[in-house]
Design a protein around this ligand. Sequence first.
Ligand SMILES: NC(=O)c1ccc[n+]([C@@H]2O[C@H](COP(=O)([O-])OP(=O)(O)OC[C@H]3O[C@@H](n4cnc5c(N)ncnc54)[C@H](OP(=O)(O)O)[C@@H]3O)[C@@H](O)[C@H]2O)c1
Length: 441
Amino acid sequence: MLVTGKETRERVDLLCTGTVGFLGSHVLLEWLHSHPDGRVLCLARGAPGAAPRERVLAALATAAADCGTVFDVGAFARRVTVLPADLRVLRLRDDPGWQAWVRATDGFELLHGAANLSFREEDRGEVWSSNVDGTRQLLAELADTSGLHAVNYISTAYVSGTREGLITEEDTRCPEAFTNVYEESKWYAEGLVREHAASHAVGVRIFRPSIIIGHSRTLRTSSRTGLYKVVELLWRAAGHIPEGTPSVRLPAKRQASINLIPVDVVVDEMLAILDQGAATTGRVYHLTNERPLSLADLVYGVPPLIGLALEAEFSGAPRPRDNLVETVLLRKMRHYLPYLCYERTYDRTNVRACGADHGHAGDWLDLVRMREFVQAFLDELEAEARVVSGARSPDGTRVSDGTRVSDGTRVSDGTRAATAALATAPSGALVGSSTGAESVL
Ligand SMILES: NC(=O)c1ccc[n+]([C@@H]2O[C@H](COP(=O)([O-])OP(=O)(O)OC[C@H]3O[C@@H](n4cnc5c(N)ncnc54)[C@H](OP(=O)(O)O)[C@@H]3O)[C@@H](O)[C@H]2O)c1
C-alpha cells in the first residue's frame, strides 16, 4: 500500500514532464481546458531550430488537431510556463524561473510522463538514463520543495514483464523477466517514485496505460510508437513483397490479446482520478481496455488493409523459416513479437472503485472500429508518401514548413527519408540475400 497524500487545496497547479510528446500533450491540453484557473510548468527539451516553449505549444496544437479542434494559443499560453530541461542533467533549485513559479503557486502536483520509449537493447544506456536516472534526478530536485501535493507517474501496464494471467494493480513485485529495457526501466522508476512518496510523505499515483492509439472519435494520432510502428513497418514492406510470396507466419499464443486504448480514454480516466484529489492517492491505476481485441482478430483482420497476408502460428515451437520475406519481417518485428505471446488480463479494480471507468460502458473497440483506426493511419502514411514524391498534400496544398501538411498532420523526417528510399528501391532487391532484402523491407 502506498502513502496517502496531503489534503488537496482548492487550486492545484501542475508540474509536467513529457508534454512535447504524444500522451503528455493530450493530457495537458485537456487539463488546461478543464482547469481554467490552473497554471502549468512544463520541463521540456529543445530541438534543433525549436525552443522548448515552441515545442510544447506545437505539441498542444498537434494534440488539438488529433482531437479535431484548433488550439487557441492566446487562451492558454499565459498559463503555460516552459523551462528548458533535460531530466538526465536537471538542475531546478537554482533556476530563477523555477523559484518564481513555485513562489506563485498555492500548491501543485507533479505529472511525470517523460520517457524514452525505445525497446532496443542497443539503447539501454539512453533508456536507463532518461527513465530511471532522470526520474531519480527529478525527484531529488523536488525533495525539499514545499507545495508539492502529489507525484503522479505515467508508467506502463507492461511493467508486468513476462508475467501472464490476472495482473492486479496492487501487484508491484518484480516479474521474473522483462520483455525489454523499456519495461524494466519503467518498473524501476515506479519503485523510485514509491520510495520518494513514502520518505517525503507526499501522495503518489501510478498510472499504467496499455498501448495507446489515436483519438476515439477522430481516429487521429501524432504517435508513431507501439501499434503504429508495427503498422508502418508492415506498410513499408507490403509494396515490395513479390506476388506469390507465401503468408508470413507470426509465432503467437492462441489466447493472447492486444490491449489497445484510445488516447482520449486514457486522458479522461487519468484526469477523473487526479481531480478527486487526495482520495485517489496511494494507488496504482491500470488505464487499459476492459475488452481487448484477440490476437487472432488483429492478425487476420488488419493486415488485409495493408495488402499483406499474415498468419498466427500457435505451435509453440516455430517451424524453420524458408521464406526470405518472412525471415526479414520477423527480424524487423522482433521487438514487438513477444507481445503476441502473453495471455493476460489487466485488472482495473482501482479505476472502477473511483468511478473513472465511464469510457468502458460499450464494446467500443471492436474489430470494425479497429480497422477504421488502422485505415485512418494508412491514409496518413499514403498522404505523407505523396507529399514526399510530389511535395503536395492530397488536397493540393503545398507542404509549408517541411514537417506538417496543411491539416496539421506530422510528416517526420524519418518517414520522409524512408518513404523516399522505398520509392526508388527495385522490388527485385528482395530476391537474394537477407541483407539486401532487409535494406528494402
Ligand atoms: N504511447 C504509448 O502507447 C504508451 C503506453 C503506455 C505508457 N506510456 C507512457 O506514457 C508516457 C508518454 O509516452 P508517449 O507515447 O507520449 O511518448 P513520446 O511521444 O515519445 O513522449 C515522451 C516525451 O518524453 C520526453 N523525454 C524523454 N527523455 C527525456 C529527458 N531525458 N528529458 C526531458 N524529456 C524527455 C521526450 O522529449 P523529446 O521530444 O525532447 O525527446 C518526449 O517528448 C511515457 O512515460 C510512456 O512510458 C506510453
